[in-house]
Design a binder for this molecule. Structure first.
Ligand code: CP
Length: 291
């Protein structure tokens, strides 16, 4: 039984095969490959993209989807999460997709189920499907010639599960990372680190902006997000006419993470990431459910 908890659960070869499927699925509105299968989604944190993307992916493959409304589930009556998941597992689903604020929670469920667990984001730990769709978008853009391209990741890197998974995954496919953030948003680790995007804008091929995860902060760093945006908003003024791919996992805080003007620029791939997210998740569901 294979689960997807972090990007390291898949080898490079598995990811290459996954992306071959995702490329086919990107052109496909419907398939019957998961007819008769059942997927349960369990989101204890809000989501627009990941939850709807998984649901659409499952339905496009012919699977049925049950979204457990956690606000009306028996969690509020004192049932432990492990018991909740064990009970859902007893209904014989073919995969359980879970998002939770606690780091490591999806990994702790693996031994209590008979179907794949897919981590849809656990605290600031990991967001493997986001990093896979980000990598897919980058590889597609560079037509498979991404080796040696430089990716600047900027913003609140330290508390970002997207960054955490991309720090693991992108270098495995030859991408060089440069972290751009103030000291308090820098993660530990042996990465190239700079304070401002202007310091490296002439050498980067991709800029990946991140939201400031206020919900994960234990202290206040700025009077307001606008204050942070003054130094860290990715703008047309900084990027200029350079051939740089602009990415963001969403949700975007406009004019704080990326300016309105740049979000409307053809170099900005934010919505292409979302489209690719469905195809990559279709490939992930197919791989894990039919394993
Ligand atoms: N990128 C991402 O995880 O977005 P959602 O929180 O809307 O799922």
């Amino acid at each position: 039984m294979q689960h997807l908890i972090t990007p390291n659960d898949f080898t490079n070869e598995e990811i290459v095969n996954l992306f071959e499927d995702a490329t086919i699925f990107n052109d496909l509105q419907a398939s019957s490959v998961l007819n008769g299968k059942l997927v349960i989604t369990l989101f204890f944190e809000n989501s627009t993209r990941t939850r709807s993307s998984f649901e659409i992916a499952a339905k496009r493959l012919g699977a049925k989807v049950v979204n457990l409304d956690v606000s009306t589930s028996s969690s509020s009556k004192g049932e432990t999460l492990i018991d909740t998941v064990a009970n859902l597992n007893a209904m014989k689903p073919d995969a359980i997709i879970i998002r939770h604020r606690d780091c490591g929670l999806p990994a702790s469920l693996v031994e209590h189920v008979d179907c794949p667990i897919i981590n849809a984001g656990d605290g600031m730990n990991a967001h493997p499907t986001q990093s896979l769709l980000d990598l897919f978008t980058i590889i597609n853009h560079f037509d498979g010639k991404q080796n040696g391209k430089k990716v600047a990741i900027t913003g609140d890197i330290k508390t970002s599960r997207v960054a955490s998974s991309n720090l693991q995954l992108l270098p495995r496919f030859g991408l060089e990372l440069i972290l751009v953030a103030p000291e308090h948003f820098m993660p530990l680790g042996d990465f190239r680190k700079v304070q401002f995007l202007r310091d490296v804008v002439d050498e980067v091929d991709v800029v990946m902006s991140l939201r400031t995860q206020l919900e994960r902060h234990s202290q206040t760093y700025y009077k307001s997000l606008e204050d942070f945006g003054k130094d860290y908003c990715v703008t047309s003024d900084i990027i200029g006419s350079r051939d740089i791919l602009i990415m963001h996992p969403g949700p975007v805080n406009r004019n704080i993470d990326i300016s309105d003007e740049l979000l409307a620029d053809k170099r900005c791939k934010v919505l292409e990431q979302v489209t690719n997210g469905v195809a990559v998740r279709m490939a992930i569901l197919k791989k894990l459910i039919l394993q």
